[in-house]
Ligand binder design. Structure first.
Ligand SMILES: [Fe+2]
Ligand SMILES: [Fe+2]
Length: 318
């Protein structure tokens, strides 16, 4: 039976202390389909601030993230059956749907990297080894904490992207811009679902922190190593190129500067996860989300509107 009315009551019972932050998200996380029609000719290997190394981090992330998203989807599906609360079940369905589309669209995007000499097949092979032989063999409780950890990092990236929109405006590659802005919008939109699921089914603090550190090592060292090597695998002559080394400092700053870098300026947000009473909504992005939904998805003027196909919100099932 489909119900819309008693949502608030059910929700208040499930999340007594979080109601003000979360109530707006009930039945409001659509699964959106896009067709970006990516073309290899349009890909800018220096998309982020015209810095190749910094852009390489996000290229490597685009490849490895699809494996992380598969883990999130598998783990969310497994645990959805154990959730009694219909609202959380519905939100998990939204999470699964959004991540499935992210993974599919990033795969399409990653295909355009291949003719541009980016080592997509090599990185896919490496990611498969790591995920198939380690992460996907973890016991479900650890996978659940890893899912929450991954979703914390994507929420950090999303908040950074939404508060530093300028980094997307230094390239003519509109589709890379559209891809990341859409993905980051939705990461922020569903940022609390994996965490709430973890808290309902486990809430074990040491295990939550273990998942955080596994995600940190994967996204920091694993993707970081891929990013470090990528410009040389794409073009070995980069090793001898003065202009390449000259822009390296700019790449470093974009990633690690304490003032404005993706990681450097987000350290407080990243490690806030270690606080025992942390919750994703302690970092309020409600206004940012409203702003970006209008800017990206407005039927008349939205940046993403030319690529939009359809959307639906999963039903609440009691
Ligand atoms: Fe995603
Ligand atoms: Fe996500």
């Amino acid at each position: 039976m489909l119900l819309a009315k008693p949502v608030k009551k059910v929700f208040a019972k499930a999340f007594p202390s979080r109601l003000p932050n979360l109530k707006d998200q009930i039945a409001n996380i659509p699964i959106r389909h896009f067709n970006f029609k990516f073309s290899p000719d349009e890909l800018d290997v220096k998309f982020f601030m015209q810095k190749e190394w910094a852009t390489a981090y996000f290229a490597a992330l685009s490849i490895f993230l699809t494996y992380g998203e598969e883990l999130v989807i598998e783990t969310a599906r497994h645990h959805r059956d154990q959730i009694q609360d219909p609202v959380l079940k519905q939100r998990l369905t939204s999470l699964i749907g959004q991540e499935a589309i992210h993974s599919k669209v990033h795969e399409e995007y990653n295909e355009t990297m291949i003719p541009n000499n980016l080592p997509v097949q090599l990185y896919r092979f490496l990611a498969e080894q790591v995920f198939n032989h380690t992460f996907l063999k973890f016991p479900q409780p650890l996978k659940l904490s890893m899912m929450a950890g991954i979703e914390h990092f994507t929420a950090v990236f999303a908040q950074y992207a939404m508060t530093h929109q300028d980094i997307f405006n230094h390239s003519l590659d509109e589709k890379t811009r559209a891809l990341w802005l859409w993905h980051m919008l939705e990461e922020s939109e569903h940022k609390d679902i994996a965490y709430d699921t973890y808290q309902v089914l486990s809430a074990n603090y040491p295990l939550r922190i273990s998942g955080f550190f596994i995600a940190l090592i994967t996204l920091g060292l694993g993707v970081g190593a891929g990013a470090l090597m990528l410009p040389f695998l794409r073009r070995p002559m980069n090793s001898f190129s003065l202009s390449f080394w000259k822009e390296a400092k700019g790449s470093w700053d974009l990633l690690f500067s304490r003032d404005n870098g993706v990681f450097g300026s987000s350290l407080g947000h990243i490690f806030d996860y270690l606080r025992p009473d942390f919750h994703p909504n302690d970092h309020d992005t409600t206004e940012l989300l409203e702003y970006f939904k209008k800017e990206l998805l407005d039927p008349e003027t939205g940046t993403l509107t030319p690529y939009f196909v359809k959307a639906f919100t999963p039903a609440l099932r009691m």
